[in-house]
Ligand binder design. Structure first.
Ligand code: HEM
Length: 441
């Protein structure tokens, strides 16, 4: 790629660029520990200091990685994608709305009993999103779900901390760090907990308590696992992997976007009022329902602007399967391209000079109206193409319900102790949490 004018940081033997990435991230963390005096949404230099630095040094956006694709491919992907699509769209999604509303009622009931009205919202949202995905996709109880999420969260932190510490696989097998041991223990415990949920559902069918495996995502996976046609069957490992993937992707990302949206509304009272007015006009004193959710235009614009400024997933990857020409570039077969979502969302060339300001009105005419030069693909919080996010409708519905119900009961402001330090631990999250003061309405 260098011969085509694509420059990048020098890659060191064994470590590549991972040492520099770790160092830049550490430097940022050390610098930014004071309470905020001035909130800025220019978060690229904080969340991805390496990309920010390399963009300046080597030009716009092109970071070329080595091997990087992890997820399933080919026929297996297509089959599992279909199952997930069926479970998280259309009528199935509509059917999940009452369970989502119930989860928010439980949250609001708890808040009502709180003495002090200052709450740590990142943690609250982590709880509610885990409750929602547990109930809607796996029919499991809050307690069962919570156990899995706590372990997944711990695992995420261990993995993220070690992401840029490169070690040779053979050495890793012989000499294990305390983090290796901890992650092995967590992985085993997560497997056991998931197996427990799977076996419980199978038992219900075996003893006649349920007629079939059910219509939620776990039900579709179990039907596929027991498919009489062997060629269509999925294995127990596939089933476990899907359960794990959906527990994690269904929770981390939604927690992130909820947290940042509330943060943005807390510091932009005008938009908070406008959103509250829309919610009251649409639902009155009723609980959110499917028809009403479709009418929430202002809330939708706010969510889009929040997804633009703080996209929970900062990068996605595409592998070049065969040589292809992209504009002036010839991309050789086998390389992996990192698509830097956060960088694209923060490009002044695409979004204009006010790129770092919170302006939901950009989305008044939809995504196409928000970007210059007809670059609609530049808004890609859920990725693009056939491999885009299968949970995007699910998450948008969930976020709208949670926001609508909170807006109706509380106005909110950010605690004076808040430290603005967005950091990446799988998704973008506030490093020191988000404390918010709730004012009952
Ligand atoms: C705000 C919330 C979310 C964001 C920002 C988000 C973002 C993304 C992105 C960027 C990708 C990669 C797309 C690509 O490479 O083109 C992705 C894939 C995926 N997401 Fe999400 N996601 C969110 C919520 C969810 C939820 C709630 C679920 C599950 C219920 C989910 C399940 C998945 C799965 C399974 C994939 C892989 C799809 C495939 O490879 O076919 N996501 N998501």
């Amino acid at each position: 790629m260098a011969s085509q004018g694509i420059k990048g940081p020098p890659c060191k033997f064994i470590h590549g660029c991972t040492k520099e990435i770790s160092k830049l991230k550490k430097d940022v963390m050390m610098k930014m520990n004071e309470p905020m005096t001035n909130v800025s949404h220019e978060i690229l230099p904080i969340v991805e200091p390496h990309i920010h630095k390399w963009n300046k040094l080597y030009g716009d956006i092109k970071k070329i990685l080595g091997d990087g694709l992890v997820a399933t491919e080919g026929k297996k992907w297509a089959r599992q994608r279909r199952l997930a699509h069926l479970a998280f769209h259309g009528e199935s999604l509509k059917g999940m709305i009452p369970a989502m509303v119930d989860s928010v009622h439980a949250l609001l009931d708890r808040w009502q009993k709180l003495e002090a009205k200052e709450v740590e919202l990142f943690e609250e949202f982590a709880m509610i999103t885990s409750d929602v995905i547990s109930r809607t996709a796996f029919g499991s109880s809050y307690i069962e779900g919570r156990e899995i999420f706590q372990m997944l969260s711990e695992l995420t932190i261990v993995v993220s901390i070690n992401l840029f510490k490169l070690r040779l696989p053979r050495i890793r097998k012989i000499w294990k760090t305390s983090d290796d041991i901890k992650s092995e223990r967590l992985e085993k415990a997560i497997c056991d907990a998931l197996l427990g949920i799977i076996e419980k559902r199978e038992k219900k069918v075996n003893v006649g308590e349920m007629d079939d495996y059910g219509n939620d995502y776990l039900g579709s996976l179990l039907k596929a696992y027991h498919d009489p046609d062997k060629s269509k069957r999925i294995t127990i490992d596939d089933l476990m992997d899907e359960c794990r993937t959906f527990h994690l992707s269904g929770q981390e990302t939604t927690t992130s976007i909820l947290t940042w949206t509330i943060f943005l509304l807390a510091i932009h009272k005008d938009w908070q009022e406008e959103a509250r007015k829309e919610v009251t006009d649409v639902f009155g004193n009723e609980d959110p329902n499917h028809e009403g959710i479709m009418k929430l235009k202002t809330v939708g614009m706010i969510i889009n602007e929040s997804l633009r400024l703080y996209p929970p997933v900062v990068n996605t990857i595409r592998k070049v399967v065969r040589q292809v020409t992209l504009g002036d570039l010839v991309l050789p077969q086998g390389i992996a391209l990192q698509i830097p979502i956060l960088t694209i969302h923060h490009s002044p060339r695409i979004w204009g000079d006010d790129v770092h300001l919170f302006k939901p009105e950009r989305f008044r005419e939809g995504v196409a109206g928000a970007v210059s030069n007809d670059a609609a693909a530049a808004f890609l919080p859920f990725g693009l193409g056939p491999r885009n996010c299968v949970g995007s409708n699910f998450t948008t519905t969930e976020v709208k319900i949670i926001l609508a119900m909170i807006l109706r009961h509380y106005s909110f402001t950010v605690s004076p102790d808040y430290v603005h330090l967005p950091s990446q631990i799988l998704t973008i999250r506030p490093q020191h949490g988000l404390k918010v003061i709730l004012h009952p309405l």
